[in-house]
Design a protein around this ligand. Structure first.
Ligand code: DC
Length: 221
């Protein structure tokens, strides 16, 4: 059976995950958040003090990543442990960014990502989905927003929490992750030539969800 594959790429904090989730719900597709896989490996690196790429690579044979979908919602399992609730801290974000630059780590996740796409109708979000993982996706979206807008959205999300970082710290973190994701040698973040670019800096959440849902429906008609 031919499955429907939609690729959504873009920088950190552009809203890819929440928007992909809403679009997937609307269409009855599965939303696959590939960043969660890199985050799970980042968590592993922190727990096992894997500081150098060589250390990380030597641990890869022990690292088993699985995804489960409960009521359409993704859970990520690291060696059988559900780590979904432990992978959103700033430390794990930085560790995920670092491990995702290691080609062997990317290769470790490639088959799993392709397999899920070949078996399900999916909206898959990440950095290299349209360029590397699903080059023949039915539709590719590059979802972006200015770094300042992404930092201010993140700040609004976090500001009620204890130890909330300042806006300036969040912006610095976002700029650093953009730099890592765009300038690494393997599968850097870039727009696929045939991607539709959506800059959400001045667009509300619902408008972006509606626009992407419409683009997908038009493509499938
Ligand atoms: O989307 P996110 O912020 O949860 O992703 C976490 C890190 O993983 C981010 O630094 C970029 C990296 N990543 C990647 O290199 N390739 C992907 N397909 C998804 C995420």
């Amino acid at each position: 059976m031919k499955t429907i594959n939609i690729a959504i790429d873009g920088p950190s904090g552009a809203g890819k995950s929440s928007i992909s989730k809403a679009v997937a719900e609307e269409l009855g597709f599965i939303h696959v958040d590939t960043g969660a896989m890199y985050r799970a490996i980042g968590l592993y690196a922190l727990r096992h003090d894997c500081i150098s790429p060589e250390q990380m690579i030597s641990h890869l044979p022990e690292i088993h990543i699985e995804l489960k979908f409960i009521g359409g919602v993704q859970r990520v399992l690291l060696c059988g442990e559900d780590v979904t609730d432990y992978i959103r801290s700033p430390e794990v974000s930085m560790a995920a960014s670092a491990v995702s630059a290691i080609p062997e780590v990317r290769a470790h996740l490639l088959d799993l990502q392709k397999k899920i796409a070949s078996e399900n109708n999916i909206i898959m979000d990440g950095r290299d989905i349209g360029t590397v993982i699903l080059p023949s996706a039915d539709l590719k979206i590059f979802l972006t927003a200015s770094a300042e807008e992404r930092a201010s959205r993140r700040y609004l999300e976090l500001r009620e929490k204890p130890d909330c970082p300042s806006y300036e710290e969040i912006l610095k973190d976002i700029l650093q992750r953009d730099e890592n994701d765009m300038h690494r040698e393997t599968a850097p973040l870039r727009q696929a030539e045939d991607a539709v670019v959506i800059d959400s800096s001045d667009l509300g959440f619902h408008l972006v969800v509606e626009t992407i849902t419409r683009l997908i429906k038009e493509k499938l008609d």
